[in-house]
Design a protein around this ligand. Structure first.
Ligand code: MLT
Length: 313
């Protein structure tokens, strides 16, 4: 009888009960933007409803732990980005294992970053920015979304490359950070194009270069940092979706199928393209593709972070 009940439940999953997609950063930011687009597209695929719930803080680790402790019935999911792969090196007492404490649904977006400054910052381009920073290091504050965030990682790599230690100001997401960058409370930040598109269109911020090897098609007037001399400076913010360990296979299969259908949804693809976002291949969008990429990223970033001697706790 038990088997037939769970099979019946899985058959009409999710039914009219909404699925919660937990977002580890503030509303209005880049992760939130991807999450809301994905929620819409996955809801269509599942003929159900996916609602977004922001649980910001501690570079995304608060939300990551919340989902581990959620009911493994398929109705709670986590979206998280590259920060899932840097957390093991950054947090000595992380309290969970990204490689073993979840079920893996798939990858949903690769988002490029742009180094942006307050519009009144004197340097007009990256060539002028470097000497200016060296001469005014105490006057420049770098904003990020907490240790382990993409903006933190990009800043960590940037400062280690230019051998400068800027004051860093952590926020609960780059949405509030961007408000302060525009207001002049902070001067510099790496942020994702999913958060910057409006500000770039209205020149509300200065863009000093993208963290990609080729110019971003949707923002092709912005030179890459690589072409301006910061050779091979590449940070792409990949995003994955996770479920609590033990979520039944039948529900997991439905969620994985819905995710792969969602990222091929014409509206999702169009909105992501407008924001400079690359859609992962179907292979990378699979559960195995996500788990494999996560392991490779943990192996890549752990020595880089440890050699930079940075810890969060
Ligand atoms: C956000 O959604 O606020 C960003 O992903 C934060 C970050 O990782 O920089």
């Amino acid at each position: 009888l038990g088997v037939s009940i769970s099979a019946a439940k899985a058959a009409d999953f999710p039914g009219d009960r909404p699925i919660t997609l937990v977002v580890p950063f503030s509303a209005g930011g880049p992760t939130d933007k991807v999450a809301r687009e994905l929620a819409l597209a996955m809801g269509k695929q599942l003929k159900g409803q996916v609602i977004v719930d922001n649980s910001p803080g501690a570079g995304g680790t608060i939300a990551a732990k919340r989902v581990i402790n959620s009911k493994n019935d398929g109705y709670t999911l986590l979206i998280h980005h590259i920060g899932m792969s840097t957390a093991p090196a950054l947090y000595k007492n992380l309290g969970f294992d990204p490689m073993n404490d979840y079920e893996y649904v798939g990858q949903v977006a690769d988002v490029p970053m742009i180094l942006v400054g307050n519009k009144d910052l004197p340097p007009k381009n990256y060539q002028e920015l470097l000497p200016y920073m060296k001469a005014n290091v105490s006057k420049i504050a770098y904003a990020n979304a907490g240790v382990g965030s993409a903006s933190h990682l990009c800043g960590l790599l940037f400062m280690s490359r230019i051998q400068l230690d800027l004051t860093t100001v952590p926020y609960k997401g780059t949405a509030p950070a961007l408000t302060d960058l525009i207001g002049g409370q902070v001067q510099l930040m790496c942020d994702q194009t999913t958060n910057l598109s409006g500000q770039l269109a209205t020149n509300a911020v200065k863009s000093y270069g993208s963290t990609t090897m080729q110019r971003i098609k949707a923002f092709d007037k912005i030179p890459t940092l690589n072409e301006q001399g910061l050779k091979n400076f590449e940070v792409k913010v990949w995003h994955g979706v996770y479920a609590p360990k033990g979520t039944p296979k039948a529900e997991m299969d439905k969620l994985a199928k819905a995710l792969q259908g969602a990222i091929q949804d014409p509206l999702y693809k169009q909105h992501m393209a407008e924001l400079g976002v690359e859609i992962p291949s179907q292979a990378n969008a699979s559960p195995e593709g996500l788990k494999k990429h996560l392991k490779a990223q943990i192996d890549l970033w752990t020595p880089i972070i440890k050699s930079a001697g940075i810890y969060a706790d």
